[in-house]
Structure formats: C-alpha cells, structure tokens
Write a protein that binds this ligand. Structure first.
Ligand code: AMP
Ligand code: FE
Ligand code: FE
Ligand code: ZN
Length: 285
C-alpha cells in the first residue's frame, strides 16, 4: 500500500523541519505523498513542492486554521490556491494579531529578566510564531525541562506569561478555504472532548458554510475511533482524510507517516480529495 501523510507542520509555522527536509524525510520513510498543513500560513508550500518534484514525492498544498467554537477547533484546508488574493488579507490579519500578542508576551518575560527578544524571534522563526516557540526558547535557556513543562509553568492559560489572541471565526475559516479553491476539513475531531451530539452539531454547522471533509485517521486514534469517524463522514457525504500532525521535536512522540505507531492513511483518501478539488476548480464559482 502506498503510504501518505496529510497533516504535517514545517518551520513555516511551529514544526522543526524545513519544507525541504520534510520532503527528504518523507522519501526515507517511503511515503508517496505529504500535505504541508502549517498553522495560518501557506509560505512553506512552494519550497516543499520544488523539493517534491526533485525527489518524486507528491506535495499537497494545505493549511490549518485555529478557530474557536465553544472551545478550540482546527480547520484544515487542502488544495487551496496558495496565491489566492482573497486568502492573503485574511492570513495577514491572523499573523498581525499573533505578532501583537507575541510581542507583549516577550515584553512581559523581558520585564522579569528572561532574555527574550521578539525581533530576534521573528528573524529566527519567521512570521507565524506562537507559544510553542516561546516554549522552545524557555527550554534552551534552561528555564524549563521540555515543551510540556514550559507550557505548564509559563505560557499555558492561567500562567504568568500567557496572553490570549484573537481567532478567525469557524464560519469564516471554512468559507475562506472554499473561496481560495480549497477543501475545508474538520481536523482531529477527538481532540475537542465532544460527545456524538456535540461533534454532529459542529459538523452540521460547518457544512452550512461549506465543510467538505473529516480527518478520520490521526496519531493515537484507535481503529474503532477512526471507524466511527469514517462512518460519520460517509453518513454526511463528506471526504475522509488522515495525517500524523508531525511537528518534529516539539511533538517528539509523533513520527512522520506513522504517527504514534501504526498510522495508516489510504492513498484512496487523497485520490478522492484530489478529484474533488480538480472538479471544483473546473466549475464556475
Ligand atoms: P498559540 O497559537 O500561540 O496560542 O499556540 C497554540 C499552540 O500551542 C497549539 O497549536 C499547540 O500546538 C501548542 N500547545 C498548546 N497547549 C500546549 C501544551 N500544554 N503543551 C504543548 N503544546 C501546546
Ligand atoms: Fe502546532
Ligand atoms: Fe491542530
Ligand atoms: Zn496540526
């Protein structure tokens, strides 16, 4: 069976591998396709695609947008036009909002003598910066043992250096992915601690705005959990997707293509999604 991974983060957001390195790693893992799904940016795609052509790996353009609907909900978008003029201002807003929040977090730390400089962070990490990057610095400074410890004691909600940020609404997130020619997918549905009714409510609500798929296979999900999600997708006539949510060192228990062990994403998921994307692009909007 051809192995694929449709949920992967690069250094363009909070992953530790560059887009090129991800493609090379995919090659060593014998994957035939990966989707780059960075938080709030598509800036890693071009390099990954280029490298994919060189190495014979199919690279799918993607994104993961963080939203709130009650609690946090993530929406994946596949086959978006990465140069979409509609998408740009929306992502710029998100990045600008992150920037303002992050700068204040850095200032708060600096005021307590923690040597954190936000301009330097921007130089080092690029435009999409979040709490995982602060965690990495705290670990490097020897102020935390690992990412988890840094969150628990410094940047988790309720801790001294946590500051909230704003989110794109779930409705707008789904819509903007559609407007950019993409396929909106509900990410990792078991991460939200919802019961069957709660999950259905979100799916049905998102479908009103154009949701087209559910992430059914994910790191750590049991075959029973995936089976349940796949049945839900079929019931609602939605596409099925799957991926590991590989981040490299910041989520060390997750491996590309294999998740926490035994992750299998059928190539057929990708084929169906690709066909749907192509059909949509050929239709008048
Ligand atoms: P931000 O968008 O800057 O608020 O950061 C949110 C990101 O931090 C999420 O995408 C998670 O990947 C990560 N995160 C949130 N809570 C934790 C935690 N307790 N431990 C490790 N990573 C976390
Ligand atoms: Fe992340
Ligand atoms: Fe996510
Ligand atoms: Zn993710």
């Amino acid at each position: 069976m051809e192995k694929i991974d449709l949920h992967v983060h690069s250094t363009a957001s909070d992953g530790s591998y560059s887009p090129e390195e991800l493609v090379a790693l995919a090659k060593t893992q014998s994957l035939s396709a990966i989707a780059i799904t960075d938080h709030d940016t598509v800036s890693g795609f071009a390099q990954a695609q280029e490298q994919g052509k060189l190495m014979g790996i199919e690279v799918v353009p993607g994104i993961e947008i963080s939203t709130k609907y009650g609690g946090p909900i993530h929406i994946l978008g596949y086959y978006i036009d990465v140069n979409s003029e509609k998408l740009k201002p929306v992502l710029n807003w998100v990045v600008h909002d992150r920037d303002e929040r992050n700068r204040k977090m850095a200032e708060k730390m600096a005021a307590d003598g923690i040597p954190v400089n936000y301009d330097k962070m921007r130089e080092r990490f690029g435009e999409v910066i979040g709490r995982p990057h602060f965690a990495r610095i705290l670990v490097e400074l020897g102020l935390a043992r690992n990412t988890r410890d840094a969150f628990d004691r410094y940047v988790e909600k309720g801790q001294k250096y946590y500051l909230p940020r704003n989110f794109l609404s779930i409705e707008r997130s789904v819509e903007i992915i559609r407007e950019a020619g993409g396929i909106p997918v509900l990410a990792h549905p078991f991460q939200y601690k919802l019961d069957d009714n709660g999950l259905r409510e979100i799916i049905e609500h998102c479908m009103e705005y154009g949701l087209m798929g559910i992430e059914c296979r994910y790191s750590g999900y049991t075959p029973e959990q995936s089976g349940y999600l796949e049945a839900l997708a079929e019931e609602y006539g939605l596409l099925k997707t799957g991926g590991s949510d590989f981040h490299g060192i910041s989520k060390p228990d997750i491996r590309l293509g294999d998740g926490k062990g035994g992750l299998e994403v059928p190539y057929e998921f990708l084929e169906k999604m690709r066909n749907t994307a192509l059909t949509r692009k050929n239709l008048p909007k």
